[in-house]
Design a protein around this ligand. Structure first.
Ligand code: OGA
Ligand code: MN
Length: 215
C-alpha cells in the first residue's frame, strides 16, 4: 500500500531546510531551501524497472533530438503520458500526492523526458502560461546536478544533487525567480564531487496555472 510504503524510513525521506542543505550547494542554498524539496530513494529499484518497462517501447520509437527550437533541451526524446499500468499509476499518484495539496488542478498529462548520455538542459523557466507554481520530477537511471540560477543576480545560484530514484520539487521562488538546468556530463560536479551523467529519464508532474478569480 502506497501510504504504508511512504512511512518506510528510507522511502520518501524528507530533506528540507537544515537537512536538505546537504543536497543543496551555493550562495542561495539557505534562501532556496524553503522552496526546494528533495526526497531520496522515492522509488525502489523494482519500481524504477517497472516504470522503464512501460516507457521504453514508446521512447525507443524516437531518435534523440539534437536541440529543441525553443526549449533549451539538447539530446533528448520525450513523451506525454496519461495512462499507466496499475503499479506505475500508483507511483505517479504518490508523486502527485507529495507535490500538490488535495484539489489542486494538475496537468493530466505526465511529461517524460529522456536525456541521452550527452544530453543536457540549458537554463530556462518553465512557461507560466502552461504550468503552475509547482514542478515535481522523479529522476531515473542516472544521478545529475540541477543548477538553479537567479533571474536577478548571476552570482545567486544553487546546485541540487539529484540522485537516481530521487524526487525534486520546485516551488515559489525556485520555480519563478530562478531558472533551472541539468548540467552536461563534462560539467556535472556537485562541489568537488563528480556526478557522472548517464542516460537520464525524468517523470515530471506539473499543476495548471491559476486562473485569476474574476468573481
Ligand atoms: C523541463 C525540465 C527537468 C528534468 O522539461 O522543462 O526542466 O528533471 N526538465 O528533466
Ligand atoms: Mn523545466
Amino acid at each position: 500500500m502506497a501510504a504504508c510504503a511512504r512511512g518506510l524510513p528510507l522511502r520518501g525521506l524528507r530533506l528540507r531546510a537544515a537537512s536538505g542543505l546537504a543536497l543543496l550547494r551555493g550562495p542561495a542554498a539557505q534562501r532556496l531551501s524553503r522552496d526546494v524539496e528533495i526526497r531520496q530513494q522515492f522509488v525502489s529499484l523494482e519500481e524504477e524497472a517497472a516504470l522503464l518497462r512501460e516507457l521504453e517501447p514508446r521512447l525507443q520509437r524516437q531518435r534523440y533530438q539534437r536541440e529543441h527550437w525553443d526549449r533549451a533541451i539538447h539530446g533528448y526524446r520525450e513523451i506525454e503520458k496519461s495512462h499507466w499500468t496499475e503499479q506505475n499509476e500508483a507511483v505517479v499518484q504518490r508523486l502527485r500526492d507529495i507535490a500538490f495539496p488535495p484539489g489542486v488542478p494538475q496537468l493530466s498529462m505526465v511529461h517524460v523526458l529522456d536525456l541521452g548520455e550527452s544530453g543536457f538542459i540549458n537554463p530556462h523557466v518553465d512557461s507560466v502560461k502552461f504550468c503552475g507554481d509547482t514542478i515535481a520530477g522523479l529522476c531515473l537511471l542516472s544521478a545529475s546536478v540541477m543548477r538553479l540560477l537567479s533571474e536577478d543576480n548571476d552570482a545567486d545560484q544553487v546546485d541540487l544533487l539529484l540522485e537516481r530514484r530521487s524526487v525534486y520539487i520546485l516551488r515559489g521562488i525556485a520555480r519563478y525567480r530562478f531558472s533551472h538546468q541539468i548540467l552536461r556530463d563534462e560539467e556535472s560536479f556537485f562541489g568537488e564531487r563528480k556526478v557522472p551523467r548517464g542516460r537520464r529519464v525524468s517523470i515530471i508532474c506539473r499543476n495548471l496555472p491559476q486562473v485569476p478569480d474574476t468573481g
